[in-house]
Design a protein around this ligand. Sequence first.
Ligand code: PLP
Length: 380
Amino acid sequence: MSDDQNNHHFDTISVHGGVEPEPHTGAIMTPIYQTSTFVQSAPGQHSGYEYSRSDNPTRTALQASIAALEGGKHGLVFASGLAAIDTVLRLLKPGDHVVVGDDVYGGTYRLFERVIARYGITFSWVNLTDIDAVKAAFRPETRLLWLETPTNPMMRLADIRQLAAIAPEGVRVAVDNTFASPASQQPLKMGADIVMHSSTKYLGGHSDVVGGALVFNDDELYTTLKFLQNAVGAVPGPMDCFLVLRGIKTLHLRMARHSENAGAIAEMLAAHPAVERVLYPGLPDHPQYDLARQQMRYAGGMISFIVNDEQKAREICTRTRIFSLAESLGGVESLIEHPYSMTHASTADSEIAVPPGLVRLSVGIEYVDDLKADLTSALG
Ligand SMILES: *Cc1c(COP(=O)(O)O)cnc(C)c1O
């Protein structure tokens, strides 16, 4: 597969990209190499594998698979999405500055402001739909532009091509592609330097594993990030790598269904009297509908909507029966949550706080009429 996989359709890459049958036995699925170390024939002479923090064959296969999905040259995987983000931030040094979208995953905000900021790195939180504000935020010491699109949970889009084009020399553009997944958009092809994933979400797809990934093309960056992956050590175990590899094989099918279901549910919510606003990039009244159509193959499985107050939002979240009340997203099963008190509680009273009446859905791949009926009864 590896030589000509650039010519294959995404659906074929989902199934085969970066992976080969195991050469000794012909096992068609990548084995779980549940080992910490590898025997050497003489001191320093080994098969390419010496210790599983440095490299493990199951991890190697996953790294190649995710790189193929994003159309990138190098992939590296980590113990969680946040571990992947943290490793990117370790490219920086005290005095460096980061421009970051003002509507990001709560844990990203917490990592930047409460952990990394202690090491003398500063962050400017900017509305990335305001290009003049983004341009004004860059400083001589800016090294990184960090963005999510669509954002979590406000479902705002950032124009990856435009942002990559205006980023000054010396500023790397990193895109958290967790929400869209590579089935919908491939940021490296739009000029981004680094793509990041929480593979806990759509890549894994079955709510059974926590993981993270980085994909990029630059060879020097690979040397540095690969060094950091081993030196810092936030690596996933072989079993976790296997679970993500297994999930990826149906990514294209799952994303198509997530999006189809979410599109129908977004329309239903938009017509419901208890709902003030629906935030979904597949709805023509989304302020960036045109950008969504240009940039995304699917509008995705994530929907946020606003009801008139916090109490009502909390009630809806406890009344559904198919949508389970839980954090996380991107699994086959539908989830509902209240960002203000759950995933985004760490941003309360900050510049990126979310509305109290906001409800977020991760629409699963169940039968759509069952999902609609469940929400209708919960909305009351
Ligand atoms: C979940 C998530 C993360 C963090 O990933 P973990 O695997 O939970 O560490 C980062 N960004 C987005 C958009 C997420 O949804």
